[in-house]
Design a binder for this molecule. Structure first.
Ligand code: NZQ
Ligand code: ZN
Length: 387
């Protein structure tokens, strides 16, 4: 097993009615920036509950954080934080709002141009230079409620870039599974597939001796397969909702990647498809992932075979099982309402591969994946196979 450090200071508060604890979680006397998205929290009553629970605090609101949050919008929030001398931020939303708040937290006291946090992928480690924040999760998917990473889009350059660091863990996250009742089916489907792919990014690499990590990863996948198709039809079923939410958190709170290699190239290519075409994050993963496994078959076939045997009970030679496991994955994606070709989303895809390859080259991303052997040529092949 590879040496590791496990640090996760987020106080995760999970279950029905946990919002009642909100006032005791926010630092006493804090001036709060309440950050949210396009307004779903007004329709489902979450905004009202937050205001009720924080009645003794001074709150300034900042709404309008868009899905795949924009640097340009977030900088407006940063100006409010500075002007109003905010000392705590509360993110109420899905991954986009939480990621947006992580950026605000890092940017508010940043010496220099905050765009560098994204373009230079700076590690944010100094707790004295960030604004502390907590979250109220409204969409299970990203794991952002219990990790220190974030993804922000620079609208002016159409770049979607990841950043993070140990100072960017939420102080607390309230995760009440009943919030999913108001989610549109499409977002529920997205959540399942985003979490599923998070596990695959950390699991479908090459055989190693992180036996426990593999078993935990497999159990998250099995749970998502068990509940995924049902939770999108019955979001009011608490057993389904709670297992869905917890699986999403566990898929990307850092635990399963400790001591093992990880890939993340599906995400890196997927982010480009969102930046270029506005395709939902999870749907880009369903387009890219299976083709990446096909192109990188030789590197991944050992793990694909293990996945095929343990998850889908497949039999045959390892080669046969590995191939069949990719097919089963695509079938599951289809069951979960995903389209798996770029041409299902846009007709304007002829130059996508060369565009992405040029960008990766400019950024010096010449070898991605667990063995850094996803070269620019392979990236081109993966994207072209996705048309
Ligand atoms: O903006 P509002 O009006 O709130 O509506 C949102 C949004 O339109 C809506 N929604 C959220 N909760 C709802 C609700 N509608 C009804 N009822 C509720 N309870 O859902 C829509 C999508 O929200 P968004 O936050 O964009 O979705 P998601 O949680 O999937 O986040 C996606 C973003 O997270 C990034 C993605 O790249 C993308 O930008 N990721 C962040 C990661 C991380 N920080 O670790 C890892 C992921 O791989 C991912 O890259
Ligand atoms: Zn993701």
């Amino acid at each position: 097993m590879i040496n590791f450090e496990l640090y996760n200071p987020t106080n995760l508060i999970f279950g029905k009615g946990q919002m009642e604890k909100l006032a005791s979680l926010v630092p006493k006397g804090a001036k709060i920036l309440l950050a949210y998205g396009g307004g779903s929290i007004f329709k489902n009553g979450i905004h009202e509950q937050v205001i009720k629970n924080l009645k003794d605090f001074e709150i300034i609101e900042f709404g309008g954080i868009e899905p795949n949050p924009h640097f340009e919008t977030l900088m407006k929030a940063v100006a409010v934080i500075k002007e109003k001398k905010i000392d705590f931020i509360l993110a109420v939303g899905g991954g986009s709002v939480i990621d947006g708040v992580k950026f605000m937290s890092a940017a508010a006291h940043f010496d220099g141009n905050p765009m560098e946090i994204l373009q230079k992928k700076l590690l944010i480690k100094d707790l004295s230079k960030v604004v502390p924040f907590g979250t109220i999760l409204t969409l299970p998917a990203t794991g952002s409620e219990m990790n220190s990473g974030a993804v922000v889009t620079i609208q002016s350059t159409q770049e979607k870039l990841a950043f993070g660091g140990s100072a960017l863990f939420p102080k607390f996250s309230i995760c009440d599974p009943t919030v999913i009742e108001s989610l549109p089916k499409r977002q529920l489907q997205n959540g399942v597939i985003d979490a599923y792919t998070h596990v695959l990014e950390q699991y479908l690499t090459y055989p190693h001796d992180g036996f426990l990590q593999d078993r935990i990863a497999e159990s998250i996948i099995q749970t998502l397969i068990q509940i995924g198709p049902d939770v999108v039809e019955n979001p009011k079923d608490y057993a389904l909702a709670s297992n869905f939410m917890w699986s999403c958190t566990m898929a990307l709170n850092g635990l399963i990647q400790k001591g093992v290699p990880s890939d993340w190239a599906t995400h890196m290519i997927g982010h480009e498809l969102t930046a270029l075409y506005g395709i939902d994050h999870a749907r880009t993963l369903a387009v890219v992932g299976p083709n990446l496994y096909r192109v990188m078959f030789e590197t991944k076939k050992g793990k694909l075979a293990q996945y095929g045997k343990r998850i889908f009970n497949l039999t045959g030679t390892d080669e046969e099982i590995a191939n069949e496991a990719i097919k089963k994955t695509v079938e599951f994606f289809h069951t979960m309402g995903m389209d798996t070709k770029l041409s299902d989303y846009t007709k304007d895809y002829n130059k996508t591969a060369s565009f992405i390859v040029d960008r990766f080259k400019e950024r010096g991303w010449l070898g991605l994946g667990e063995k850094q052997n996803i070269t620019l040529e392979k990236v081109k092949e993966i994207v072209e196979m996705s048309y």
